[in-house]
Design a protein around this ligand. Structure first.
Ligand SMILES: [Zn+2]
Length: 637
């Protein structure tokens, strides 16, 4: 057996607890909107079902940015205002939740993800997917392309009341990759069905995704106005195997795109275009302008995903055409120098031009673009909107070793204010799917999709934004998620699904200290009683499929001083080893928080069935039925 596999090590996740517990803030409130229900001394108001009070309510309503309390009745927000105004809605059966100064805001929305679609495709249960989203405070997402099978499954699940988070699913026009250099027509849903736009539905089908240019790998390359430089393969190995020289790959001509857009628009759908290269954007903007034919895009809401290489001269067209734009939150600042070296002249600065759009009044929304291939709890997780928020506001990025990459000037100049970034994770994704009148802000008459946060993003140090955690998630007036230990903020306990220990909201996994538990490592390993202990094993295989099969069939047993403990398993990102044909992944196993003392930790891996990694066979009836490792850990006082 090769050494890399038996490299069983300890991974320690130091819980960084966000500083919190501030007193209620006495804000001079300017209430310009009266609650929907007008009160006179003689008039009885309908009592609220739930009142959140004594907190900071971030409303995302510019006319009334903050408030102290909010009343919920049924599925809807009943009233928003001062402590005194809202407590007037208290009836004998009203559930009062004292926020103790903490912050409540609209649920997060992700305008571009692939998480539920991909994970559903891997067989992950729907309930797990819903719980994953709720634990990150996500109350609405847009699945940015799909198959008929996925859509049918979700529509059926809605009938069975199994959808906790609003799913806005985009059908598909073409596949997101090329075959023999040609785009493949693979439409889903929209040719046979009208859009589903009813705002009361949990599953809606508001749009159709079109891939217009490449994205690397078997997808070809972004379509550029300039020649990809000769040295590009130094940074992007193997690029010329799939990429068309010298400008990249355009999937559809302008005429083809215009015809497709016209058809999609005529069917009542909005189009969502994947475009990464600036020459691709020219084609997209021309085609959109043609089908709008002088009408406002705010009627049709066609939108462009990524806009990764946006020329400054194209900004005006976004403004004039009222293009809706998705942008990522967490920019790859750590690769800034690489981008500078990759692109000819100063074209690399076009990578951040898109972040100017929200400041120019363009409807710009956050989309994490989570493919679900990485551990969703790791630093910079594309599923966790809090990383998006941190990235938008600071433009900083964490390295693997948890040091921070500071943005160079061309990245830093597009820092976005917290207020604007909050709109990009709430009301703007709602706007992109025409739900802005129903969700995305705390306003009377809207659905009560709300979250409670561990701190106030408007007043905390922006550099600490990533430490925010979600304590409660409510959808349609029902508390759907409650963080461990925060039951006081989600007291309708019968309705609440309390998080499992080890779930993401316990704290962000900020300080990862990897300690070898094998001969090369120190022994014993010294830790503190605040450390969350995990063991891990790295696995190497010939193909990604083999790794996926390995991850699906491995089972862990963890023994602490001989006694078995409950343990969750999570997986890292599948990585390709440079210069070889092998791929690796890291599987992590929770041990938990240990009291001071000395422990022998033993990890045993078994397999459901016989598997191979392309080198050896493992599991029942093979030479390696189990893999195991032991190490000694001392927890200091
Ligand atoms: Zn995507």
């Amino acid at each position: 057996m090769r050494n890399v596999k038996t490299w069983l090590s300890l991974l320690v996740l130091l819980f960084t607890l966000a500083a919190c517990g501030r007193p209620p803030i006495d804000l001079p409130l300017e209430i310009t909107e009266t609650p929907t229900i007008e009160k006179t001394p003689t008039q009885q108001v309908e009592p609220a079902d739930i009142i959140f009070h004594n907190g900071t309510i971030i409303t995302i309503e510019r006319s009334q940015p903050t408030a102290e309390a909010v009343a919920i009745r049924g599925q809807l927000i009943q009233a928003v205002g001062t402590e005194e105004e809202i407590l007037a809605y208290k009836g004998t059966d009203t559930l009062l939740v004292d926020l103790q100064g903490y912050t409540l805001m609209p649920g997060f929305e992700d305008g571009h993800t692939h998480y539920t679609r991909n994970k559903w495709g891997e067989g992950v249960p729907l309930e797990t997917l819903m719980d994953d989203l709720l634990a990150f405070g996500l109350t609405s997402i847009a699945e940015m392309h799909s198959t008929d099978e996925y859509i049918d499954f979700m529509l059926e699940a809605e009938k069975n009341n199994e959808i906790d988070v609003r799913l806005n699913i985009f059908g598909e026009y073409n596949c997101g990759f090329l075959e023999n250099g040609k785009s493949i027509f693979c439409p889903s849903w929209y040719l046979d069905n009208p859009p589903i736009l009813d705002p009361t539905h949990m599953v809606r089908i508001p749009g159709v995704k079109i891939f217009l240019d490449g994205a690397g790998g078997n997808r070809g390359c972004p379509y550029m106005s300039f020649k990809w430089p000769d040295n590009i393969a130094d940074y992007w190995p193997g690029i010329w195997e799939t990429c068309s020289y010298p400008y990249g790959d355009l999937y559809l001509t302008e005429d083809e795109l215009t015809a497709v857009l016209q058809d999609i628009q005529d069917r009542g759908y909005r189009a969502s275009l994947h475009v990464m290269g600036d020459a691709g954007l020219d084609v997209a903007l021309n085609a959109i302008e043609k089908v709008l034919n002088g009408q406002s895009n705010l009627i049709y809401r066609h939108q462009i995903q990524h806009s990764s290489t946006l020329r400054p001269d194209q900004i005006d067209r976004y403004v004039q055409l009222n293009i809706l734009a998705q942008v990522p939150g967490y920019f790859n600042t750590c690769e800034a120098e690489e981008l500078e070296a990759m692109y000819p002249e100063d074209y690399y600065t076009w990578d951040t031009t898109r972040f100017a759009l929200p400041g120019l009044g363009v409807h710009t929304y956050y989309g994490g673009d989570c493919a679900g291939r990485q551990d969703i709890h790791k630093v910079g997780s594309a599923l966790n909107p809090i990383w998006g928020l941190y990235g938008l506001v600071t433009r900083k990025q964490f390295r693997e070793d948890m040091t921070i990459c500071e943005p160079p000037e061309w990245v830093a100049k597009y820092k976005i204010s917290v207020e604007q970034a909050l709109e990009m994770v709430t009301i703007e994704p709602a706007y992109a799917v025409s739900m802005e009148d129903y969700i995305g802000s705390v306003k009377p008459g809207k659905f009560a999709d709300l979250i409670i946060l561990s701190d106030n993003p408007l007043t905390m140090n922006p550099d600490d934004l990533y430490k925010l955690t979600v304590w409660m998630t409510m959808v349609n007036g029902t508390m759907k998620y409650c963080a461990p230990g925060k039951e006081a903020y989600c007291p309708s306990a019968s309705q609440v699904k309390v998080a499992q220990t080890g779930s993401p909201t316990a704290a962000p996994q900020m300080t990862q200290i990897k300690m070898n538990c094998d001969k090369r490592g120190e022994s014993p390993i010294l830790l503190s009683s605040e450390d969350f202990v995990q063991t891990y094993i790295k696995w190497e295989a010939k193909t990604t499929d083999q790794l996926i099969e390995f991850m699906a069939s491995e089972r862990q047993s963890i023994f602490v001083n001989g006694e078995q403990v409950d343990s969750n398993i999570s997986h890292g990102e599948i990585e390709k080893i440079e210069g070889s044909d092998t791929v690796i992944v890291k599987s992590m196993f929770d041990v938990g928080i240990l009291k001071p003392g000395e422990y022998e930790i033993r990890t045993i891996l078994t397999f459901d069935h016989k598997i191979t990694d392309g080198f050896d066979w493992y599991g029942p009836g093979t030479q390696y039925p189990t893999i195991e490792g032991t190490c000694t850990v001392v927890i200091e006082k």
